[in-house]
Design a protein around this ligand. Structure first.
Ligand SMILES: NC(=O)c1ccc[n+]([C@@H]2O[C@H](COP(=O)([O-])OP(=O)(O)OC[C@H]3O[C@@H](n4cnc5c(N)ncnc54)[C@H](O)[C@@H]3O)[C@@H](O)[C@H]2O)c1
Length: 383
């Protein structure tokens, strides 16, 4: 058996697993990736060779009974997230899962409850929460840098599908093209909604907003031809919070700009912080701050403590941000305490927010939050 402190099995050896999850785990000297699973034998073989992972299986269930595995990392496509996460938690493993765990937030909450009962930790693939600049901003907010928070503005936007010829999956289309289908806010909005809740750190009480379809016809990947796709490729939302706080979210994939396209701004009684996660001029993140008596924003250095080992803003963002996510989860698990940021409880809150946004659009009215009587925000103020 390995000498490392934490042993991880990764399920799914696709594009995202090889560009972020596996290298992210392997960067941490405390961790060993001991097994890899994929139903696609070619992808499995190639990734195992590239990353030097000895044990490979095509049926992930073979890994669940192995007592030497501490963490199951679910990096498959969305359809398998919930099934694998539930099976792994039931087997007593800590679980990292790509978003969404389940598009029904009550099911995600059920998974969180099972994890609590089993005494294991969970983590969502909220990549951008773990950007060093975003983590440092939260540290500054907690230190009182902005004073009392007033307003949060969050953007997740880039031009990935501005060109109608860029193929989209059929799953993104809606059979009934007379009704606009949720797309950008669900596929892209989750990480910035996560940051909004985390930074404002107060229960959300109501939301309103709208969605638009800007590019009517698109190339559908499966057919190779152009079809009417009435999907939300841009949207805007306003949210009210307790303690007199306000938030806004804008998500789009037809807005000119580079990846990943996150901007998070927070304004308070004493100061303000603006973080941009956009690959520009060879770096992937910047943080700018201003104080009430010095209103010109200035870029500041991100302290080394907020980076993974030897990390730098010049690295590819999937690798840099995911290394930090894996490092954070490793520290949380090994600490043995109750700290667990960006967990499945938070995942359920983010999914419930997306569902409330959609309801407000369909009803053309403000939507009270939480949707359900019982609040997923009970743990607000946790890490
Ligand atoms: N957090 C982020 O910023 C971010 C970015 C990109 C992708 N993602 C998410 O990551 C996930 C994977 O995306 P991708 O682009 O790598 O997709 P992909 O299709 O390239 O890879 C998925 C892999 O999972 C495998 N798989 C499917 N069912 C399986 C099963 N039952 N057991 C084992 N393996 C199985 C597939 O064979 C495939 O190799 C998706 O949920 C996607 O939404 C998240």
């Amino acid at each position: 058996m390995t000498e490392k402190q934490l042993r991880v099995a990764v399920i799914g050896a696709g594009h995202w697993a090889v560009s972020s999850h596996i290298p992210g785990w392997q960067r941490d000297p405390r961790v060993e990736v001991v097994a890899l699973a994929d139903i696609d034998k070619e992808a499995l073989k190639a990734a195992a060779k590239d990353f030097g992972i000895e044990r490979t299986v095509t049926n992930y269930r073979e890994l669940l009974d192995d007592p030497s595995i501490d963490v199951i990392d679910v990096a498959t496509g969305n359809a398998m997230h919930f099934e694998i996460s539930m099976a792994a938690i039931a087997a007593g493993k800590h679980v990292l899962c790509e978003k969404p765990v389940n598009s029904d937030y009550t099911e995600t909450r059920r998974a969180a409850a099972l994890a609590a009962a089993k005494g294991v930790k969970t983590k969502l693939g909220f990549t951008f929460r773990f950007a060093p600049a975003i983590q440092y901003a939260k540290h500054l907010i907690d230190q009182g840098f902005i004073g009392e928070p007033y307003i949060f503005n969050g953007y997740e936007q880039n031009s990935q599908w501005l060109d109608p010829q860029t193929p989209l999956r059929q799953a993104e289309t809606d059979a009934d093209t007379s009704v606009i289908a949720v797309s950008s806010i669900e596929g892209y909005g989750a990480p910035i909604i996560d940051i909004m809740h985390w930074w404002l750190d107060a229960p959300m009480t109501a939301v309103v907003g709208t969605m638009r379809n800007f590019v009517p016809e698109r190339m559908v990947r499966e057919t190779g031809s152009m079809h009417r796709m009435n999907i939300d490729d841009g949207d805007m939302w306003i949210a009210e919070f307790e303690h007199n706080r306000l938030g806004s979210i804008q998500s789009s994939y037809v807005t000119v700009g580079n990846f990943p396209g996150i901007e998070a701004r927070i304004y308070g009684s004493e100061g303000a912080i603006i973080v941009r996660l956009v690959e520009e001029r060879g770096i992937c993140q910047t943080i700018k701050v201003a104080k009430k008596d010095q209103v010109e924003f200035e870029e500041i250095e991100i302290p080394e403590a907020f980076f993974p080992e030897d990390g730098a803003s010049t690295e590819d963002w999937p690798f840099l941000f995911y290394s930090n996510l894996c490092k954070d989860f490793t520290t949380e698990i090994l600490s043995g305490d109750s700290v667990n940021q960006g967990d499945f409880v938070q995942g359920a809150l983010v999914q419930e927010t997306i569902n409330a946004f959609e309801k407000s659009f369909r009803d053309r009215a403000w939507c009270d939050f939480p949707l359900s009587g019982s609040s997923a925000q009970a743990g607000m103020g946790r890490a």
